[in-house]
Design a protein around this ligand. Structure first.
Ligand code: AMP
Ligand code: MG
Length: 347
């Protein structure tokens, strides 16, 4: 199959109509969103959704997120509650995925047989327009090969899925750079399953009872049943081994310079550190305090590390608080919990 990449904007109505037609016909279309690129299919078409799993090599027990055009469209597919609408008012459209009890119209392929469905109304207007033109919700996980860092450009999608899907809609670089915040809710409680742009602190402004699933920060224990199937898979792994340096206990610059001299490695550093390190294989993530930029750059740089052909990558252990929790969660899983230095150091 030939994979076409077409640049889109909100004005490219003919191209969006072409995408919507493919979705209605049961084909797969890669879609820009504000978080990462999604691999979309008609959420009501079980066969089409099966193709998502095949194209990505995604385990069949890891459910998909269903994208809707407006918060109210959740009524078609799920049993909503008052907290859903409070959250929708504050955060939709946006980078928040909410898990609710599902209605029968959603096929088991989408939810991997669970009785709940994950719902998101994306901020990206191209994505919403495509859902509108498709006249049905679009199931879409990240448009990468399973296990690779999520794609934040159309080229990333092409690198992973060329020959497997007919169309990639190129809406430019994704604004956020990591996947949406995923929460499971009841009428009066929220459990955070995956951190993203919408932080715990922001959720607490809407609901007093917010807890964070332990797997967000820690390794799943042997035989522990994950609250979200995605938690049990090693995600976001670069080919090189990634190590995180706890710079409260290790002098990062001294450590990194030594590695640069003795190993075929790349260093993910803060912009302020560029001048202090050898110029070879440096992957600057942004300024130390600029968490938004670091989030934006994270998957781009993990993919670059692969292109460099290095054996190891060293990076700062990010903070696990506030906006930085999303980076912490991705990095700690990409490095398989290999942290050097500090009380948690296992390296
Ligand atoms: P992705 O679309 O690739 O960003 O992954 C979607 C994430 O949402 C995965 O971690 C899934 O396990 C999780 N997810 C989707 N639906 C559900 C659900 N019904 N219950 C719990 N987690 C879910
Ligand atoms: Mg994914």
């Amino acid at each position: 199959m030939k994979t076409e990449i077409i640049k889109v904007s909100l004005d490219s109505i003919d191209i969006l109509k072409k995408g919507a037609k493919l979705i209605r016909e049961g084909e797969l279309v890669a879609i820009p969103t504000e978080t990462v690129y999604g691999l979309g299919a008609n959420a009501y078409d079980s066969e089409a959704c099966k193709r998502i799993f095949e194209a990505k090599g995604r385990p069949g027990d890891n459910p998909l997120i269903v994208h809707i055009q407006s918060p109210e469209q959740a009524e078609e597919i799920s049993v909503t509650n008052s907290l859903y609408y409070k959250l929708a008012k504050r955060f939709m459209p946006g980078a928040l995925t909410i898990i609710l009890p599902k209605k029968p119209i959603i096929p088991d392929t989408v939810t991997a047989g669970l009785d709940s469905v994950a719902i998101r109304c994306p901020e990206n207007e191209i994505a919403r327009k495509l859902i509108e033109l498709s006249e049905r919700p679009i199931a879409a996980p990240s448009a990468n090969s399973s296990g690779k860092p999520s794609p934040t450009t159309a080229k990333h999608v092409f690198d992973d899925l060329q020959g497997k899907i007919p169309l990639i809609l190129d809406g430019g670089e994704c604004r956020v750079g990591v996947e949406s915040t995923v929460i499971k809710i009841t009428e009066n409680s929220i459990v955070l399953l995956r951190p993203g742009e919408i932080t715990v602190e922001m959720l607490k402004e809407v609901c007093d009872n917010v807890t964070v699933a332990s797997a967000v920060k820690e390794e799943l224990k042997a035989n522990e049943k994950p609250l979200s199937p995605g938690m049990k898979y090693k995600h976001y792994a670069p080919k090189a081994s990634l190590y995180l340096i706890d710079d409260r206990y290790i002098d990062f610059i001294k450590f990194a310079k030594d590695k640069q001299e003795n190993e075929n490695c790349a260093i993910m550093c803060y912009n302020e550190e560029i001048e202090l390190l050898e110029k070879k294989n440096l992957l600057p993530v942004g300024k130390r305090e600029d968490i938004k930029m670091q989030t934006h750059n994270l998957f781009i740089l993990l993919r670059k590390a692969d292109d460099l052909g290095v054996d190891t990558v060293y990076a700062h252990l990010p903070s696990d608080e506030g906006e930085s929790l999303a980076i912490y969660n991705r990095m700690i899983r990409a490095c398989a919990h290999h942290v050097l230095g500090g009380i948690n150091g296992k390296g």
